[in-house]
Design a protein around this ligand. Structure first.
Ligand SMILES: NC(=O)c1ccc[n+]([C@@H]2O[C@H](COP(=O)([O-])OP(=O)(O)OC[C@H]3O[C@@H](n4cnc5c(N)ncnc54)[C@H](O)[C@@H]3O)[C@@H](O)[C@H]2O)c1
Length: 294
């Protein structure tokens, strides 16, 4: 679709990282932006930053795992701006699960699903009917990850399962929008091609009491800096993709109405081929990589 000044973009998880970069990029195109996030102080900071940069902004504290809260976010957006053209269901968390799947704390699964899967579904239900009914062009971007969206990292399996769900949800959404001849497009975003220096490794900062761990972690959470140092010490190269590059990829993808927002990467292509090959050959999944992200 064509992006034009005066349109409205809603971004969840907009107080930090990729969400904030997308909101700033939409604002640079002259769109009004809605920042939705659960982390109040960071949201306030993001709001002030965008407003000072000249954007028309609405900020709302919202837990995307709470259906009522997302529905009332949509009401507030339509009351304030009267329309939505771009919806980025981007809020996401790492689960903090440790060890083997049979040892996982069920609350790790419940929390990650609440944000990463239910959050996307709530966004679709709260906004898409009104986006379609408006008859105006629109676009939904759901944030997945190469971890799960392409193939799971066995050391981050809860996260991977949620991100695989986002791909399938978005493929289904795409088919439903096409069947309705809607002017609303859909894309699945794989941020990258490298890792991103964002708050994802500190996701536990936003973990709500209702999904608290039922038993304490055996090992302390590892920060991104600690992980990077360990990887370098083990002789691995670590590359990062700037969040602004992801935001640029999203804007280009919306303009091109591209379903797969998957940046060029030989590594991703190899994984996709290896996984597809394994299924076609009915062969064991030997392509699963180990990676230290817990
Ligand atoms: N960082 C990476 O390397 C990477 C790679 C692939 C995919 N992703 C995905 O990108 C998206 C953005 O993550 P990021 O890397 O920018 O991390 P981030 O932690 O910087 O940003 C995530 C934002 O989501 C918010 N959030 C968390 N729980 C929420 C909830 N219940 N309701 C509303 N907001 C909530 C956080 O407060 C934060 O502002 C996530 O979906 C993540 O899974 C990240």
């Amino acid at each position: 679709m064509r992006l034009a000044a005066g349109q409205v973009a809603v971004v969840t998880g907009a107080a930090s990282g990729i969400g904030l970069a997308m909101a700033r990029r939409f604002a640079a195109e002259g769109l009004k932006v809605v920042l939705a996030d659960v982390e109040e102080a960071a949201l306030e900071k993001a709001f002030t930053r965008l407003r000072d940069e000249g954007a028309e902004v609405l900020a709302r504290t919202v837990d995307v795992g709470d259906r009522t809260a997302v529905l009332s976010l949509a009401d507030a957006v339509y009351d304030t701006f009267g329309a939505v053209h771009v919806l980025c269901n981007n809020a996401g968390v790492g689960s903090g699960a440790e060890g083997r799947m049979w040892e996982h704390d069920p609350n790790d699964w419940k929390w990650a699903f609440s944000v990463n899967v239910w959050g996307v579904f709530h966004g679709i239900q709260a906004f898409v009917p009104r986006m379609i009914a408006s008859g105006e062009p629109g676009h939904v971007v759901n944030t997945s990850s190469a971890d799960g969206g392409i193939a799971p990292l066995p050391t981050a399996s809860v996260y991977a399962v949620t991100k695989a769900a986002v791909v399938t949800m978005t493929e289904s959404l795409y088919a439903h929008l096409k069947a309705e001849h809607a002017r609303v497009g859909a894309s699945v975003l794989f941020p990258g091609p490298h890792m991103l220096r964002t708050g994802l490794w500190e996701s536990h900062r936003n973990r709500p009491g209702r999904y608290a761990k039922q038993r304490p972690r055996k090992t302390p959470y590892r920060s991104l800096d600690q992980w990077e140092a360990a990887m370098k010490e083990a002789g691995h190269e670590v590359a990062f993709t700037p969040v602004e590059e992801v935001a640029e990829h999203v804007v280009e993808g919306i303009r091109a109405d591209r379903f797969w927002m998957l940046p060029p990467s030989e590594h991703s292509d190899r994984q996709i081929r290896a996984r597809a090959r394994s299924m076609l050959d009915r062969a064991d999944p030997t392509y699963l990589e180990s990676f230290v992200l817990d």
